[in-house]
Design a binder for this molecule. Structure first.
Ligand code: ADQ
Length: 524
């Protein structure tokens, strides 16, 4: 990530996220092979030319021995990555427990898991203790590598405690924190037993960023209502110290998608897909298999559409790409089975010998990241899963790579993004970037952050209202070419002007400015 013209970087940037953007495979006692993934955040930071970025995070593997840790640290250094080593117990309690079982569902309005509330509070408390311990371990590593003048950018709900740990080490450190999920209404946040401690920890940052103004507003309300602090138009004030709170909507590297469409191999792929779906309109869903994505609701809406519109039955096909995540968690296994059952029923009901209405394809991401894979990784799957029993899936050798994904986006007539909640949703952006010749329609959930930016061009729907989603499919299929063009133009301009690079650049410069302003205020 060296500056190509050889001039010195203006500043060093330490990017701290739960996962590093690499997959590490152990080849021997002291030998590792690493695969660096491209993707939104990496590309975004490459675009920020004035900064020399280093990544700090967990490599996703348990490395109990010192020799292994030394070797992995050395290998990662070449990729500008610095590992935080977490043992299995911490990963279980901090990552699977507090992050994914408590914060993720709460921030997406699913609520807190009943068993943790009803059983002893011990498991909650021990998970929170592990969360704080893990955040402290990240802070220790940041502190070891920090040099005066560096900017430290912490990412996501895994690291809400980190700003406090860092400022405890050094109050002069420039610390920013960005949340990739929604921040819920203060009425939801107040359910969390550790609600105040977490808010205080985030407020230790100089700049706190969210995808939308609503999330920023919810955060400020939580601080005023739960902590009794003062909310100002700039952020939250605590004893004369201001934490700036603002919206920084993420974008994608739109050029990468647009350029890819010109490649001969993608053109070939597009030709094949057009042939395969000739005479039928293509609808597309691309989601991680997560309850927040509203996949069962989407498929039920499609069923309702087919029920009510028999003339469309053999003229439309839904391709649903699903990426299994957290496959060891029972709720996720249940969701996968549920989706399979609904798809099977609908295909049985409306399919013919020559065609089925739904193609439901499960793909695995090669880098085992959590929900942050879009920004940490776009290195795509090597395998597709198929169902062999209620909960277990076996791997077959089919894959969807970046080119395959672009080709699918390009041949799609209607994208169905019906998340029940979503911080932003990059699939909607990627679809728009790949549609400049087709000008397809985006049906978008009003509960995705993207509704704030692509709402004027999309058909906005309440994903819980299956009748409304079914009707929106009909509206999209019957939309005139002029209206499609107008709606697409609006979204395309947005997606190509608000890129991932611009997002990163804006956040980092705002963080620098915030710190300078705070110093000036102190001097006055
Ligand atoms: P996600 O919940 O993962 O991200 P989203 O923003 O839609 O959701 O990103 C999905 C990404 O995965 C897209 O970039 C897509 O191209 C990619 N993808 C899809 N299928 C794939 C496959 N088979 N292999 C590899 N990649 C695939 C979280 C939040 C979102 C927020 C982002 C970024 O939940 O709300 O938009 O972080 O902040």
């Amino acid at each position: 990530w060296e500056r190509p013209d050889g001039r010195p970087f203006r500043q060093r940037l330490l990017v701290v996220a739960n996962r590093l953007p690499v997959s590490a495979v152990r080849r021997g006692e002291e030998s590792w092979s690493l695969e660096m993934s491209g993707g939104g955040l990496v590309t975004a930071l490459l675009g920020v030319k004035e900064f020399e970025a280093r990544w700090i995070g967990w490599a996703g593997v348990n490395v109990p021995d010192e020799a292994g840790q030394r070797a992995l640290t050395k290998a990662l250094a070449e990729k500008k990555c610095i590992p935080v080593f977490l043992d299995e117990d911490i990963v279980h309690q901090y990552y699977n427990g507090y992050c994914n079982n408590i914060l993720w569902p709460l921030f997406h309005y699913i609520g807190l898991p009943q068993e943790d509330r009803l059983a002893t509070t011990r498991s909650f408390q021990s998970q929170f203790a592990a969360y704080k311990k893990a955040n402290q371990m990240f802070a220790d590593v940041v502190n070891q590598h920090y040099e005066e003048g560096d900017v430290v950018w912490c990412h996501d709900y895994h690291l809400m405690f980190l700003p406090k740990c860092l400022k405890d080490y050094n109050s002069q450190m420039k610390v920013g924190w960005f949340l990739h999920t929604p921040f819920p209404s203060s009425e939801i946040h107040r359910m969390l037993p550790s609600r105040s401690e977490l808010l205080h920890a985030v407020l230790a940052a100089d700049l706190v960023g969210f995808h939308t103004y609503d999330y920023a507003r919810h955060f400020v309300s939580a601080c005023t209502r739960i902590l009794g602090l003062e909310g100002t138009p700039e952020g939250v004030e605590d004893q004369g110290r201001l934490t700036r709170v603002a919206a920084f909507p993420i974008g994608i590297d739109s050029d990468r998608f647009i350029r890819a469409l010109e490649l001969p191999q993608i053109q070939e792929h597009i030709r094949e897909l057009k042939e395969r779906f000739a005479g039928r309109k293509v609808m597309l869903g691309v989601d991680r298999l997560d309850m927040i994505k509203g996949i069962p609701q989407k498929i039920l809406a499609f069923e309702k559409f087919l029920e009510e519109n028999p003339t469309w039955r053999d003229k439309v096909v839904l391709v649903q790409i699903a990426v299994p995540t957290r496959t060891d968690v029972p709720e996720y296994q249940k969701l996968t089975s549920q989706v399979h059952e609904i798809v099977g029923r609908i295909n049985g009901r409306f399919g013919t010998l020559s065609a089925v209405p739904i193609h439901h394809l499960l793909y695995l991401i090669s880098v085992a990241c959590d929900h942050l894979f879009p920004v940490l990784s776009l290195s795509i799957s090597t395998s597709v899963y198929s169902r062999t029993s209620n909960t277990k899936f076996s791997v077959q050798d089919r894959s969807l790579d970046f080119h395959g994904l672009c080709a699918l986006y390009a041949v799609t007539d209607i994208a169905l993004v019906t998340s029940l909640r979503d911080g932003m949703n990059l699939v909607s952006y990627e679809f728009v970037a790949c549609q400049d010749s087709k000008k397809g329609v985006l049906i978008l959930s009003e509960f995705a952050g993207a509704a704030q930016s692509l709402g004027a061009g999309a058909i906005l729907v309440n994903p819980w209202n299956i009748t409304e989603v079914a009707a929106s499919i009909g509206q999209a299929l019957n939309m005139s070419a002029e209206e499609r063009e107008k709606r697409h133009r609006h979204n395309f301009v947005h997606v190509t002007n608000h890129t991932a690079q611009e997002w990163a650049e804006t956040f980092v410069s705002e963080l620098n400015d915030t710190v300078v302003e705070a110093q000036l205020r102190i001097r006055q």
